[in-house]
Design a protein around this ligand. Sequence first.
Ligand code: ADP
Ligand code: MG
Length: 339
Amino acid sequence: MSEVIRLLPDNIANQIAAGEVIQRPASVVKELIENAVDAGANNIELHIKDAGKTSIQIIDDGKGMSEMDAKMSFERHATSKITSAADLFTLTTKGFRGEALASIAAIAHVDMDTIELGAQLGTKIQIAGSKITSQEPSSRPKGTSISVKNLFFNVPARRNFLKSDNVETKHIIEEFNRIALTHPEIGFIFSHNGNVIHNLEGAGLRKRIVDLFGRNFNNKLVPIEEETDIVKVKGFIGKPEFSRKTRGEQYFFVNNRYFKDSYFNHAVVAGYDNLIPPKHHPSYFIYLEVPSQSLDVNVHPTKTEVKFEDGRSIYSIIRSAVKLALGKYNIAPILDFEH
Ligand code: ADP
Ligand code: MG
């Protein structure tokens, strides 16, 4: 008899986990911006080089980390965001798995520079292949900067699998848009190869949509609003005449989290009734709020799917809210411009 089972060393376990969480540069962007939001940042900068393949830098003015936490943050299952299983049902943060930084550090070169709010001195660390390679004090004034370079340097199959810069940039823009729409109150700067793509001041939702997608959106939006015990619905839907054959901007959020849901998409389209031609798609930016106990976000590490306790009721409420909004707009379209 011999024993052949053994525990994987951390760096291998992290690399395997990274395969789940970090599929492409856009996954890094998502995880790091979410961390900046969770850290209470008011302003977040995203700078990428070569579609994120060469480097991705996120700078925030959030609460930062102590030296201990900075080192700890790269351990697997290291999180400050939950302490018990019950917390999973009352999440107010985007992160909770404690996997992102450990995963990224397993497959890229990472520089972190951070200072805890109120501290005199910050910490700069470099990490590659899950190992800290250098550490020194830092004099940055506030918040955290994380640079991720040479993504997948030690996973050639993954690196070769990446698509063209154009395609990878589109994925990054999509992740950026989702977070910028979740948090219109946060200011964002986004640059690619030194060119500024977006410089967004913190604003209301309508302004954020217009800043992201263009001034013509100002005339396209109808406000939507509904409040029941099960769900609160807010946001904007596109006027029927702006529906298109290609899917445009279609965004659902619940409790400050972007999610995808073809069932609720169907509810929106049903709410338009016959106002849009067959096979046309409306734009929408719909924000739901539900009691956190009735929502399960713990479905998949990339977390764009969620589970609702009462999906069928929410379906009907969305459909009727869309109908109502369009009815109001048809009676008094001019009202729309006052929002
Ligand atoms: P999670 O977000 O699921 O907790 P991460 O691996 O993304 O896991 O981050 C680990 C921990 O590192 C976080 O729980 C948080 O305490 C800390 N952290 C990460 N990024 C930042 C940041 N930009 N500012 C402050 N703390 C951060
Ligand atoms: Mg995180």
